[in-house]
Structure formats: structure tokens, C-alpha cells
Design a protein. Structure first.
Length: 191
């Protein structure tokens, strides 16, 4: 199907209206495109009639447009042109819409600073054929069956005690008692 693509240079005429829909977010605004003509008689530029378009931008372009554009800013809009007719109040009216493919500030009339939009975080789907990873536990980091046994095992010759954690809290990064060189205990963090 052949579609008519246009590139328009003009100004934002209304505030950008952004809505989330079932198929993705959409931003809409009215876009004013004035005509300028050189008047040979007066030897100066004169303004002609202004054409108004309804511009819509979908998904990420719409979200970025809503965050970047305000009324009165000069833009360059490139998109698919669609002309539709509607009857309102007994009168037939013609509307011209543009489905934007690309929108940018008109740099011939000012400057802009580009900021890359962050990409949404995507989680990879788990591989159904992957073999689960086995975590190796050092031989010295064994946990006793009860907390009382842990306190008895960690007691040294002087009768002091050190606390020992269960394997569930060791995985969370809590300190664990590890017997080193007989009666002395050392705390280590197990990731």
C-alpha cells in the first residue's frame, strides 16, 4: 500500500496530550505550519495562511515527545499523511492528520541538547534446558543442627562463645562463625 509521507516545519500550537492505551502510549498535539512568501513589491517577507495538522506519535516516540516538547517550540515532523472528512453540526469538515515517524526540534531557529532515553529493563526468559547451578559450600563453613550446638562448637579454651548462623542467613550475607586453628573463631561473610 502506498502511503503519503510528508515533512512539515512549523510550531507546536497546543499542549502535548499523552495517554496510555492498550496498544501503547500515544501523544497528540496540534501543529501550525505558516507559509512565508517574498513580496517583490514591498521587498520583504509576508505571512500567508497557516495550515493546522493534528500530529499523533505512538509508543516511545510519543512518550519522549510528551517529555520534550511544549507550546510554541519550532519542530520538524516527518510522518504519514491522512486526510479524513467528518460531519459536525450539519457541516462537512476536513481534517488532516499526521502519524509521526520522527520528530525533532528545528535547529535553524535555536539549539537543543539531546538526552538518550533509558531503555526499559528487560529480563531474559529462563532457558528450560539449562542445568541449575550448584553452589559449592566450603568444608569449614558447616552449620550445626541447632543454635545450641553451634555455641558449644565455637567455644574456646577460655569459655567464650561466638554465634553461628544457619545456612539460610549465610546466603543472605550474614556473618558466620568459622573455627580456625582450634579454639579461636573468626567471623566471615558468605555471599
Amino acid at each position: 500500500m502506498n502511503e503519503t509521507t510528508v515533512t512539515l516545519v512549523g510550531n507546536v500550537a497546543t499542549a502535548v496530550e499523552y495517554r496510555d492505551t492498550a496498544t501503547g502510549g500515544v501523544a497528540r498535539f496540534r501543529f501550525a505550519v505558516p507559509t512565508r512568501r517574498w513580496d517583490r513589491v514591498q521587498a520583504l517577507w509576508s505571512d500567508g495562511p497557516t495550515s493546522f495538522y493534528t500530529v499523533s506519535a505512538w509508543r516511545s516516540l510519543g512518550a519522549n515527545l510528551a517529555a520534550s516538547v511544549s507550546v510554541g517550540e519550532p519542530l520538524v515532523v516527518h510522518g504519514r499523511l491522512r486526510v479524513r472528512e467528518d460531519e459536525r453540526d450539519g457541516q462537512r469538515k476536513t481534517f488532516v492528520d499526521v502519524a509521526a515517524l520522527a520528530v525533532g526540534h528545528d535547529l535553524s531557529r535555536g539549539t537543543a541538547a539531546f538526552r538518550r532515553a533509558p531503555k526499559p529493563e528487560q529480563r531474559p526468559e529462563p532457558d528450560p534446558w539449562a542445568v541449575p547451578a550448584v553452589t559449592a559450600v566450603p568444608a569449614t563453613a558447616t552449620a550445626p543442627a541447632t543454635a545450641a550446638e553451634g555455641a558449644e562448637d565455637a567455644r574456646g579454651a577460655e569459655g567464650t562463645s561466638a554465634t553461628q548462623t544457619t545456612p539460610a542467613t549465610q546466603r543472605a550475607g550474614a556473618p558466620a562463625a568459622d573455627a580456625v586453628a582450634g579454639s579461636k573463631a573468626r567471623l566471615v561473610t558468605v555471599p
